[in-house]
Every structure is written in C-alpha cells, then in structure tokens.
Design a protein around this ligand. Sequence first.
Ligand code: UDP
Length: 473
Amino acid sequence: MKLDLEEQMGGGSAQSSHILVFPFPVQGHMNPMVQFAKRLVSKGQRVTIVTTISSSKSLPTLNPTSFGSNLRMEFISDGSEQVKGGSETIEESIERFRIATTKSLTSLMTKIRNSSDASQYPLKFVVYHSGMPWILDVARRQGIDGAPFFTTSLAVATVFHHVHEGTLKLPLEEPRAIMPSMPPLELNDLPTFVSDVESYPAFLKLAMNQYSNLKKVNCIFFSSFDKLEKELLKWMESQDWPVKMIGPTIPSTFLDKRLEDDKDYGLSLFKPNVETCMKWLDSKKPGSVVYASFGSLADLSIEQTEELACGLRNSSFNFLWVVRESEQDKLPENFVEEISGKGLVVSWCAQLQVLAHKAVGCFLTHCGWNSTLEALSLGVPMVVLPHWADQPTNAKFVEDVWKVGVRVNVNKKSGLATKEEIAVCIKEVMDKEKGMKFRKASLMWKELAKEAVDEGGSSDKNIEEFVAKVLLI
Ligand code: UDP
C-alpha cells in the first residue's frame, strides 16, 4: 500500500507529535537521518530536521511539495561564525559545537513550543546523532526525551562498545580481536581509530564519547536492519542495549516504494551530473560497467589515485568514476581524454540512480556505511577498498559475512592497492561465472532489505512502535 505523506499528515490530529532530528552536517550522516525523518512523517508525525547555519549555504532546503509540510528544516548556530581562520583543533571545534548547540537548540525548542500550532503538534522528542550525547540533557531539561542515532553498522558500534567497556584493550595486545557474535577481526578489519590509536586520538575520543550516557537512553537507533546483523543484534540485546534497527535508510523508491516521490535524500552538499551519467549508462550493455566512488570525504594520495586510474583503464570493463572536484588534480595527465568512450569521470553523481541502472555490474567502493547499505539494498556486488574510520570493518563484513564482493589487498610495504590487484578484483566480481555467487548473494540481501522497511517488516515495526511510544509521552 502506498503512503501519501500529505494525506498521512491530515491537519494535525491528536495522533501527531513534533520530533526533532539533529544530524551532523556531513553528507554521510545527514542522508540516513533525513530518511528516518521522512519515515516518521509517513507515520503521521511532524518532523523538523535541525542543521547548522554554517552548512545552510550548501544545502538546498527540502522541497515541501514533495515531502509535505510536516517535514521541516531549521538552521541553528554552531558557534562557527565566531571562529577566526582555520585555527581550531578537532576537540576545540566539538567543544564549541557542544556549547553553541546546547544554547541554540534550547532556543529552537522554546520557539516551537510557543508556535501557534504547538498544541496540535506537541514537541516530544529529539533524535540526535550519536556523536552529540549532550543533546539528551538538553532534551530532558526541556521535559522531553531523546535518543541517539548511530550512522554506522551495529558491528562497528559493537567494536567501540568493547573498547569503551575495556573488554577490548587498546593498544591491541594481539594481532586479532575476538569478540562475541563477531568474526575474528584482524588489525586491518578494525575501525582505524581502534587499529591505529596513535594516528586518531581525537576521533577515538569522539567515538568513545558516544557511549558516555548510553545507559540512560531508552532507545538507540541504527541505520541497519535486523537480518543483516542478526547475531550481533541478539548479543547487544542480551547486554540490555535498547537497539532499534530502522534501516536501510535509503529513499523508498529504491526499496518498498511506499513513500510517494521519495527518489533521493533531498539534501545534497554536492551537485550531481545526473543527465551526463544516465545518458552514458544508457549507452552501455547490462552489467558491463564498474561504478567507482569513494564518497564525500576520502582524500586519496596521488599515488593511490594513479593506481586506481590505471587499474580501471587496464580492466576490460567500462567504468564510471566519481572524482570530486577537489581530487581531480590528482588524476594522471590526459587521463580523461584517454579513456573517452570506455570510461567517464564525473565530480558527483546521483549514486542511487547509478547503482539502480542495469548497466552497472559492480561497485568499487570505499565502504562508507551509506554506500555499503545502498549497494546491498540495490543488489549490486562490490569490490571494496576501505580508506579509514569504520570502512575496514564494513569491508570485512561485505567480503566474509554477507559475501557480496571481494576486498582489494593492499601492498604491505607501499600501503597501496596496486593497479594489478584492482583489475584482478574487478574481473573476479564482474566475471560471468566467478561473479555469479556475488550476484546471487546481493540479490538475496536486496530482497531482505526491502522486506525490512516494507509494511510489517522489522524496521517498519520498530518505527511504528517508536511513534506509538512517543505519542504516549
Ligand atoms: N554519493 C552520491 N553521489 C556520489 C557519491 C556519493 O550521492 O557521487 C552519496 C552516497 O549515495 C552516500 C553518500 O554520498 O549516500 C556517501 O556516504 P558514505 O557513508 O558512503 O561515505 P562518506 O561520504 O561518509 O565517506
């Protein structure tokens, strides 16, 4: 059954509450939380997505005609107006963000409370990115409740949980980590903040911070789904973690198709070259194209970019490669001219439309959690080349748990994934016979992903239960 968001909202009944959703203003963190917001609206709630004034310049506001007037946006100060030059450390910027958002979010709550329709849509709840645990106190001081939203897999959150609890000691004493309900993780399977503590002390501190008040929350949201991380979910529940899997958090058009006009995330920090990509893909045979992208943040070395360029050029397949504008001067000279016809380089694309295109046969990815979930949900096998943060753990699961692709080996000496290795991995996944097992497994996960968010699916039920609880607050 299709859910028309406008119809669902029906003028503010007693069945509605107002929920704030506050993501970090980074593309990979906004996408899943915006999708969660849309699902809450489809269940009759009013949702305001809160983001920062500083990110507003690059963010088009949500189009109200496509998502209905109950999905709103507010911009609050994160204090960055007062920062002179790029002089802050990561820790200083988080502290400034904490102080400023505590104040500006409190003011926003007061404004919402005093608005003319506050009685029709009483403010009841804040869903905040797990990296902002202080928002729980902000909410509770206002007499409402809050819950964190993790934009990583449950597996990654579990690794950090063990570090936080001291059941995984750092620096690691063994070359592999053994944790309950988890495959053994080698050093290069662990999040880099854990495997390389010296290089990322501020990020490890940030990751640990997510756990500082988790024992006080009634609910923890994950952009994942029950069947994808079944064993871990069972284990976390046995530890009394109130985990609620509500994903995959990707636009409904690519999954259950129940939300009208939900074709993209609706907020983009980059401008996609949609027409160029689609036209080019239309001209290619089914399953003949490797789609390569390393997300919105990865900063590859010149050497790695060159290996990738040669690996893609030397493989026998067509390729569409997203190289962000800031990365393009790392490409080998004349590369774009040399590959014309066989390859296309763009600065950004509509990734979901690309992954859904029949010409695409595999996704060469850095394994950001959104990209991983998108490929799983659209049934596209992967060649994975993780860069940092949670990506190595996602890559491990792609290869060894979900079995939907292969991981490119990195040369121990140079730290590079060589062009030869990249081409071999692409061939393995794209090959008609050898690649069959990956395609089969991918199609299975695609079905399960859709089932989770479809009517009565595990994520759909979790969202409905949450809404029912919020209405009782
Ligand atoms: N994305 C996109 N177009 C591109 C590259 C990426 O729309 O050309 C989107 C992608 O669909 C995903 C997000 O950007 O939703 C990247 O998030 P991810 O977690 O994969 O990686 P991050 O950018 O956080 O490293």
